[in-house]
Design a protein around this ligand. Structure first.
Ligand SMILES: C[S@@+](CC[C@H](N)C(=O)[O-])C[C@H]1O[C@@H](n2cnc3c(N)ncnc32)[C@H](O)[C@@H]1O
Length: 265
């Protein structure tokens, strides 16, 4: 059973699972027996990802409308490849990569979310609790490391694909993070990147700077918003000249950007 502490205060209620998230969850239908599915769902006080544990039994993930990310997550992206998932949280994308044929998956998270989950919802999560619960159901071989993404060189390994979703806007030095990820790419490897976007013009060579708590109340870790040209320039500085901006869209009132950054072959 996870550690659970409810603190008194004006916290946000944990939202219901959205229909949009259930559609995304269904691409990784776990198919556990109902009794195991109910047990696992109840063992984690706050879920980030919505998982389809069994028919009709979903974790109540707080992440919203991830459907647009599926465009860059086809089986061809993962089959036979080695994958590093940065800022994996409950690990939906790590497990999806494994199920879609990745030969090796490593997941990294510094568990910073423990702080903002406590601040927003008044719940103290045990780091990695959701990840471990799903790994158990799937008998997964995904390797989880509590580690800062800036330290991934210490893994001593190169990867064909780095999944970097929802984190570039959360690190104080985004160029340092991109350089660290570029350094662990195999030749011809790619960073599949999704981050907070910008309402500035697409060709503006700019990055927006957000005040603490401005984007999500009580979440002080959203610093940046990236325009396509701002992202392209950052990538070029770290030696990734091939940047494909796949999508720019508004999700739940927030601009997001989805891109693939490729290393030379
Ligand atoms: C908003 S969540 C995104 C989770 C998942 N990647 C997704 O997009 O669905 C951001 C995650 O990045 C992690 N994180 C933030 N900064 C990090 C860092 N410097 N190193 C490793 N993980 C980090 C947080 O702990 C959290 O799990």
């Amino acid at each position: 059973m996870a550690d659970l502490a409810i603190e008194v205060g004006a916290f946000e209620p944990i939202p219901e699972t959205s229909a949009g998230e259930r559609v995304v969850a269904d691409v990784l239908a776990i198919g556990a027996p109902d009794v195991d599915a109910e047990r696992v769902r109840g063992s984690v006080p706050v879920w980030f990802h919505t998982f389809a544990l069994a028919p009709g039994i979903y974790t109540p993930g707080i992440a919203r409308d991830h459907g647009y990310r599926l465009a860059v997550l086809g089986a061809d992206r993962f089959a036979g490849r080695s994958v590093l998932d940065i800022g994996a949280f409950d690990g939906f994308y790590s497990f999806l990569a494994e199920v879609r044929g990745a030969r090796r998956v490593v997941s990294v998270d510094n568990e910073q979310y423990v702080d903002w989950v406590r601040a927003r919802f008044g719940v103290t999560l045990q780091g990695g609790v959701g990840f471990r619960a799903i790994a158990g159901l799937l008998a997964s071989r995904v390797e989880y490391q509590r580690m800062d993404a800036l330290d991934v060189r210490e893994l001593g390994e190169r990867f064909d694909v780095v999944v970097c979703f929802g984190i570039l806007h959360r690190v104080s030095d985004p160029m340092r993070l991109l350089r660290a990820l570029a350094d662990v790419l195999a030749p011809g490897g790619e960073i599949v990147l999704e981050t907070y976007g910008s309402r500035l013009a697409a060709d503006a060579p700019a990055i927006e700077v957000h005040e603490p708590g401005e984007v999500y109340a009580r979440d002080d870790f959203v610093y940046w918003g990236f325009s396509p040209e701002g992202l392209r320039r950052l990538a070029r500085i770290v030696g990734l000249d091939d940047v494909e901006v796949v999508d720019e869209l508004e999700i739940d009132g927030h601009p997001r950007i989805l891109a693939v950054l490729r290393a030379a072959g």
